[in-house]
Design a protein around this ligand. Structure first.
Ligand SMILES: [Zn+2]
Ligand SMILES: [Zn+2]
Length: 162
């Protein structure tokens, strides 16, 4: 089952909560060094949600500013209480001025619905992930346009539920 409208999530301490009003526009794993660092794991899980398709409640997130691979400024929102990274805005593969939030998919309450079908920066991926990468859609670095990722997610059936 894909991630659908109505699903909820939040930070580790619960100070920030959210609810999806529509299904995400893309969901992929990114194996770049920045994603490994921010997730303190082997890869980051990015779930694209339009700003008007998500409702936040609780405290305001704190913002850490950095630059994505493209050089564009990226805002990284995290809980000031527990430090959980919640989303990124700007930078990376999304077009300049895009209002799409790249939610960190592991913050969903029900993580059993997370299934990336696409992988970015596989040139930096851990070797033990090879069986998964052989099966899925991969970019050695990242695609030229955000539409590529949206189309891939639609084709994979991820955007089927609203
Ligand atoms: Zn928190
Ligand atoms: Zn990344």
């Amino acid at each position: 089952m894909p991630v659908a409208s109505g699903q909820e999530g939040g930070c580790q301490c619960g100070a920030i909560r959210y609810r999806l009003l529509r299904a995400p526009a893309a969901l992929y794993a990114c194996h770049c060094r920045d994603c490994q660092k921010q997730s303190s794991s082997a890869f980051g899980l990015s779930m694209w949600v339009e700003r008007d398709a998500i409702e936040f409640t609780g405290t305001e997130p704190r913002i850490f500013r950095t630059r994505g691979g493209s050089g564009a400024e990226k805002l990284c929102a995290f809980c000031g209480e527990c430090g959980t990274r919640l989303y990124h805005a700007g930078g990376g593969t999304r077009a300049e001025g895009s209002t799409t939030l790249s939610m960190k998919a592991g913050t969903l309450d029900d993580t059993s619905v997370i299934e990336p079908t696409c992988h970015l920066w596989t040139s930096r991926a851990q070797p033990w992930l090879a069986p998964v990468l052989e099966r899925d859609f991969c970019f050695e670095r990242e695609p030229d346009s955000e539409e590529t990722l949206r189309a891939q997610w639609r084709d994979a059936g991820g955007a089927g539920t609203r």
